[in-house]
Design a protein around this ligand. Structure first.
Ligand code: CTP
Length: 398
């Protein structure tokens, strides 16, 4: 699948560097030629010998290695790849890239390259969440640098949260998606999916019956057409599709943050059944029955993610598609919803229990745009997704 593709892999200095050894192996298994650059800090985590044994080639380490300059200058090295992958991309490397510093081989190559660059960040949670890192991420994304991850999880430093480098198979999927043929190749598309869980206390939450099946099918169909899909999913019943960047969330507010972090994108499909309300002050202890009466749950409205993105004044995605879950007057309600939210298209469906759509395998949708309402016959959710992805591809490439 990656036969004869030339990948320049830059390994930064972080504990996740050990995963990059597996990444080299998997890239080569698929036929890619992998050239590796190690930063000085990376050499504290993996050895040049193990890297070159796996890559089957010389490892590049130093900007001022004259032999390399004679054989292959750093400019040539940066241009002789089809894709540059930085994994792990440390806070330091991201900072250098965002501010245009070039004081070692890795940062110089990243400045000199005219090849697409994919970053797989890895760092401590606080470092990832630090405003400086988030500023750098936004700057780099606006410069056209693609990001994959980081994932949530337990970290080597003992903390939990976003900052773990994506797994080698996930990065491999992103690399394959980059080279995938298809009308959406090179497009970055955000898909929200699934329900959200709004905590009441540590063991209870408010939720809805969404299984995540339709959003998952849309993400899969878009990836099959070559898109880089960022899949922001609540706790769904179905597993996420392969070949997409998965961002798992629980609550509506987490989903809103994850969507903001994924911007800018070329398109967005908002298939999630976001809970409209959350409990104002979720208890950090399990609520107990009491003789004093029933607990009173004060609710607050959640941010409207679709509306926020649709109404962005700067950097609005070129195509924003919402879903409308209705139980009555479907076309009328969904038409009004499209205007209220400001999205381009809305995919309306009747989720009354009798239709069996919410949680079921089939869907009957009406696509509403400024051209009017178009009723599609009832079909499987994957067929709805495939047709919708085709329409999105036609619109985005037209
Ligand atoms: N949506 C969103 N954020 C919210 C609520 C909804 O992004 N807080 C998105 C959904 O993903 C969907 C669209 O808005 O694409 C419509 O969702 P729906 O639940 O049908 O509508 P509501 O906004 O909840 O409106 P209402 O309660 O009046 O039906």
């Amino acid at each position: 699948m990656l036969a004869s593709k030339r990948i320049l892999l830059i390994i930064g200095g972080g504990i996740a560097a050990y995963k990059s050894l597996d990444l080299i192996r998997r890239l080569r298994e698929r036929g890619a030629e992998v050239t590796v650059v190690l930063t000085k800090a990376a050499e504290e985590f993996v050895t040049p010998l193990s890297v070159s044994a796996l890559a089957g080639t010389k490892v590049y380490r130093d900007l001022f290695d004259l032999t390399d300059e004679a054989e292959m200058g750093h400019i040539q090295l940066s241009r002789s790849a089809d894709l540059v992958v930085v994994a792990p991309a440390t806070a330091d490397l991201m900072g250098k890239m965002a501010s245009g510093l070039a004081n070692d081989l890795a940062s110089t190559l990243l400045m000199a390259t005219d090849t697409p660059v994919l970053l797989a960040p890895a760092m401590n949670v606080r470092m990832w969440q630090h405003p400086a890192t988030q500023r750098n991420r936004a700057t780099l994304a606006a410069d056209g640098i693609a990001f994959f991850g980081p994932n949530d999880g337990d970290m080597a430093c003992g903390e939990y949260g976003p900052g773990r480098m994506s797994e080698p198979l996930e990065i491999l999927a992103a690399v394959e998606a980059h080279f995938a043929e298809g009308p959406l190749r090179g497009k970055r598309i955000l898909v929200t999916s699934g329900p959200t869980h709004e905590p009441i206390d540590p063991v209870r939450y408010i939720a809805n019956r969404s299984s995540g099946a339709q959003g998952t099918a849309v993400a899969r169909a878009l990836a099959e057409l070559g898109a880089h899909v960022i899949f922001v999913t609540g706790p769904a019943d179905v597993p996420p599709p392969a070949g997409v960047e998965v961002v798992p969330v629980q609550s509506a507010r987490e989903m809103a943050d994850a969507v903001q972090a994924a911007l800018p994108v070329d398109g967005g499909v908002f298939a999630a059944a976001v809970a409209d309300w959350r409990v104002v002050s979720a208890s950090d202890r399990k609520l107990k029955k009491s003789k004093d009466g029933l607990p009173v749950l004060e609710l607050a409205e959640n941010p409207d993610i679709l509306k926020t993105v649709s109404r962005m004044e700067q950097g609005r995605p070129g195509l924003v598609v919402g879903f409308a879950a209705e139980t009555n007057d479907v076309i009328e309600n969904a038409t009004a919803k499209r205007l209220r939210k400001g999205c381009d298209w809305i995919v309306a469906n009747d989720v009354s229990p009798a239709t069996g759509i919410m949680g079921g395998a089939e869907n009957a949708v009406i696509l509403i745009s400024d051209a009017g309402a178009e009723e599609w016959p009832r079909m499987s959710k994957s067929d709805v997704a495939a047709q919708l992805a085709d329409r999105i591809a036609a619109k985005m490439s037209g």
